[in-house]
Design a protein around this ligand. Structure first.
Ligand SMILES: [Zn+2]
Length: 395
């Protein structure tokens, strides 16, 4: 379904007919440049599944004019149709571009060779972000010891999610992590597990892991909080569908997401002792023994920029490096990135001064991949790095 709010730019009064696709979420938020003066407009929709309300958040107001009078801006929360601009009076393009993109995604899914991601998705469907929000809420309540409230929240949502009450924090957290995991995260998890099987005795890595607090609930809360910015690109990555050049995110609120990469990067950095320890176990038979240093404790206090150097020769473990970019982290952390809303391009200098330019979409891909890597390492830790529980009757 496509709805058609009419707005005017508060800066230059240009009229815009918005054609907004109703997507999977009850709420939408879109940032896009005015087609005339290029000042950013922020428009939102709420309670879409009931009465539907428009929110004229920034640089826009409600206006009234004929359907054929104003230039159209197409907005779509789920597919990468971009904030497509179409001439006044065009009645076909909005619906057409939605249909074509859905057809294209469908064809790609059917062609999908990677059976793993399809099987994973069947168990952890993300038709919208509700499942992630559901498990996030349970984990957040349990982390604050509000167990009763968590149980009643699960009961209250019984019709949507057939979930058990009274399980451990890790039980629900593992489900949350699995929902976050897309094709990249799954590939990482499989690759790391494959290396673990070559590693022999990793009991000292398990011991070390118990001394580290590997819980990334806060990072995931931050990610879900920004989800309206990630949702389009997430749809593709999560299903393992290639993102073509024509795919562009509808909302481009770089101000909201610009710090996210650096904070997720720091979270991931804290867990890199896991691939490093596995590599040490494979290469030297001892998780703590690096080429030059002799403990994982020393490794974690080293600078984050160098943390992947020790695993660069292991193809499987080094897959994580494609989402771990120290230049991007520094630019994101220090807000050294310049954003051009019209072109949706981000430019920054690498640590050595080399100028770099990436699209907003490419930036979002990095944000989502680093989040998937966090989920993958966390899942690995839950599955393979927990101390063996001795049952009372075995003592
Ligand atoms: Zn304007």
């Amino acid at each position: 379904m496509v709805i058609t709010p009419k707005i005017a730019c508060n800066t230059c009064d240009t009229k815009h007919l918005l054609k907004v696709t109703v997507g999977r979420e009850d709420k939408q938020n879109h940032i896009f440049p005015c087609t005339e003066c290029e000042e950013e407009i922020e428009f939102g929709l709420e309670s879409l599944f009931s009465r539907g309300q428009y929110r004229y958040i920034r640089n826009c107001r409600a206006d009234n004019f004929d359907y054929s009078e104003a230039i159209q801006v197409h907005l779509n929360p789920d597919f990468g149709t971009s904030h497509k601009i179409v001439q006044a009076g065009d009645i076909f393009t909005a619906v057409m571009s939605n249909c074509l993109e859905m057809q294209r995604m469908d064809a790609l899914l059917r062609k999908e060779q990677n059976e793993g991601i399809i099987e994973h998705r069947a168990n952890y469907e993300n038709y919208n972000s509700e499942a992630m929000r559901f498990y996030l809420k349970i984990c957040s309540l349990l982390s604050k010891n509000k167990n009763e409230l968590a149980n009643s929240y699960i009961e209250k949502n019984k019709t949507n999610f057939d979930e058990k009450t009274g399980e451990t924090y890790n039980y629900y957290f593992e489900k949350l992590l699995n929902h976050l995991l897309g094709s990249y995260g799954l590939e990482l998890l499989n690759a790391i597990t494959e290396e673990k099987n070559k590693a022999g005795d990793i009991s000292t890595l398990i011991d070390f892991n118990t001394t580290q607090s590997i819980d990334n609930l806060e990072s995931i809360e931050e990610f879900i909080g920004l989800f309206s910015e990630f949702s389009q690109v997430f749809t593709y990555l999560n299903k393992g569908i290639e993102i073509s050049d024509s795919v562009k995110p509808t909302s481009t609120d770089f101000n909201r997401t610009k710090k996210y990469y650096s904070s997720a990067y720091e979270t991931l950095a804290k867990m890199l002792f896991i691939p490093a320890g596995l590599n040490n176990a494979i290469e030297r038979g001892d998780p703590h023994r690096f080429e030059k240093i002799d403990s994982l404790g020393k490794f974690i206090s080293n600078g984050n920029g160098d943390k992947l150097r020790c695993i660069k020769d292991n193809i499987n473990l080094n897959k994580i490096s494609s989402c771990y970019d120290n230049h991007l982290r520094n630019a994101s952390f220090h807000s050294h990135m310049k954003y051009n809303p019209k072109k949706a391009k981000i430019s920054f200098n690498q640590n050595n001064g080399t100028p770099i330019s990436i699209t907003y979409k490419e930036y979002l891909v990095m944000c989502i991949k680093v989040t998937e890597a966090i989920a993958a390492l966390n899942l690995f830790s839950l599955k393979h790095l927990q101390p063996v529980q001795i049952k009372p009757d075995q003592i």
